[in-house]
Ligand binder design. Structure first.
Ligand code: KG4
Ligand code: ZN
Length: 335
C-alpha cells in the first residue's frame, strides 16, 4: 500500500510517500525562509509560495519513492487548522489528484497529525500528550488513537509564539525558538525570576502573554544579557509545560507521555521530560528533530490511523479548509 501525504497549513510545504506501516519511503519539506524578513508569516506570500513550490515538490518525492500518482492507493492532505490560503493549495491539489486516479482522499486535522508522528511507535495507553507549537499549546488525554480528549489549552499566546516574540524583542530571527534555545545554553537560568502565569500544575491551561510582558520589562532595563534572559525564559516555559503535563500523567495513570509540535525540538524540554518520565517509569515519546516541525509524515500516519480503525474511511470532495479547531474530541479525520 502506498499513501501520498501533503501538508501546507502554514509556511512549510511538505510531501511524503508512506507504506502501510507508516514508514516514509520518501519525504521532503520546503520551508519559506522569506517570512523571517517580515518578522512573521505573511499569509498571502505563504499561499503563493505553496502554489509555486508544491507541484515540483510532489513530483520530486514521487520520483525518490520510485512511483507515480497512478500507483498511489490513498491520498491525504491537511484540511486545518491553519491559514486558509495555504491549506487550500495542498488540499485542492490532493483532492484533484485522488479524483483523477479514482482513489480515496482523506482530509486530516493538523493537530491530530502532530500527535500521530508517534503512531508507529510502541505507545501504551492511557497516554497524556503535549502539543506545543507556534500556534497551539494543548494537553490531551488519550485512551487510544481514536479516543483523544482535550484537557486544556492556552488562554492567549502559544508556547512557540512566546519563544518567537521573546526572540524578536532581542533582535533575533523569526522564528526564534531555536535561537533562544541555543543562546540559553550559555546563560544562567536562575539569573532572572520571571512570573509563571496560571502556574498551578493542577491546571491544564496556559497563559504566556503576561510572561512576554515581564520579559520585555526586564529586557528594557538593559542590565541582563541575552544569554541569561533566554535561559531564564526557557526554563520558565519548560517548567510550566512539563509540570502541567506530568501532573495529568500522574492523575490519569498514564503509561506514556507524547510530546509533539515545533517546541518539542527544545533541548531543555526534551531533557526534563526524559528525566521526569524516567523517574516515574512512564515511557516518553519525543519526535525526531526533523519531525518536530510541520511535515507530511505525520499527516500520512494520521491517515493510516483513520484507515486502521475503518478501512473505508475517507473524506468527501466537499471537505473544506478550517482555520481553527474548537473541539474536545480530536480525531485524525477533519470531518
Ligand atoms: O509545529 P511548528 O513547526 O509549526 C506550527 O504548527 O506552529 O512549530 C513552530 C514553532 C515556532 O514557534 C518555533 O519558534 C518553535 O516551534 N520552535 C522552538 C524550537 N524550535 C522551533 N521553540 C523552542 N525551542 C526550539 N528549539
Ligand atoms: Zn504544526
Amino acid at each position: 500500500m502506498k499513501l501520498l501525504a501533503v501538508e501546507s497549513s502554514c509556511d512549510d510545504s511538505a510531501v511524503a510517500v508512506l507504506d502501510e506501516y507508516g514508514n516514509a519511503t520518501a519525504e521532503l519539506v520546503s520551508s519559506q525562509l522569506i517570512h523571517s524578513t517580515h518578522g512573521g508569516v505573511v499569509p498571502e506570500i505563504a499561499s503563493r509560495l505553496h502554489m509555486t513550490v508544491l507541484p515540483g515538490l510532489i513530483e520530486k518525492v514521487l520520483k525518490i519513492a520510485g512511483t507515480t500518482t497512478h500507483d498511489i492507493d490513498v491520498f491525504a492532505a491537511t484540511a486545518g487548522p491553519g491559514l486558509t490560503g495555504s491549506l487550500l493549495v495542498g488540499l485542492s491539489w490532493t483532492k484533484a489528484a485522488a479524483f483523477a486516479v479514482g482513489k480515496p482522499f482523506l482530509g486530516i486535522n493538523h493537530l491530530a497529525a502532530h500527535l500521530h508522528i508517534h503512531y508507529n511507535s510502541a505507545v501504551e495507553f492511557p497516554a497524556i500528550a503535549l502539543l506545543a507549537s507556534g500556534g497551539h499549546t494543548m494537553i490531551f488525554h488519550m485512551l487510544s488513537w481514536e479516543e483523544c480528549f482535550l484537557l486544556g489549552t492556552t488562554r492567549d499566546d502559544a508556547a512557540g509564539e512566546a519563544f518567537d516574540k521573546t526572540a524578536k524583542l532581542m533582535g533575533l530571527e523569526y522564528p526564534g525558538g531555536k535561537a533562544i534555545d541555543i543562546l540559553a545554553e550559555k546563560g544562567n537560568p536562575d539569573a532572572v525570576t520571571l512570573p509563571s502565569p496560571l502556574g498551578s500544575r493542577k491546571l491544564p491551561e496556559f497563559s504566556f502573554s503576561g510572561l512576554k510582558t515581564a520579559v520585555r520589562l526586564v529586557w528594557e532595563r538593559g542590565d541582563v544579557s541575552p544569554e541569561n534572559l533566554s535561559a531564564s525564559f526557557r526554563k520558565t516555559v519548560c517548567d510550566l509545560l512539563v509540570s502541567k503535563t506530568m501532573y495529568q500523567a500522574g492523575r490519569l495513570k498514564a503509561k506514556s507521555v507524547l510530546v509533539a509540535g515545533g517546541v518539542s525540538a527544545n533541548s531543555l524540554l526534551r531533557s526534563i521530560f526524559s528525566f521526569e518520565c524516567g523517574r516515574r517509569g512512564i515511557s516518553v515519546f519525543l519526535p525526531e528533530l526533523k519531525h518536530t516541525m510541520d511535515n507530511a509524515v505525520m499527516v500520512g500516519r494520521a491517515a493510516l490511523s483513520a484507515l486502521d480503525s475503518d478501512p473505508f474511511a475517507h473524506s468527501d470532495y466537499s471537505c473544506n479548509t478550517f482555520p481553527r479547531w474548537h473541539g474536545k474530541h480530536l480525531s485524525p479525520l477533519s470531518m
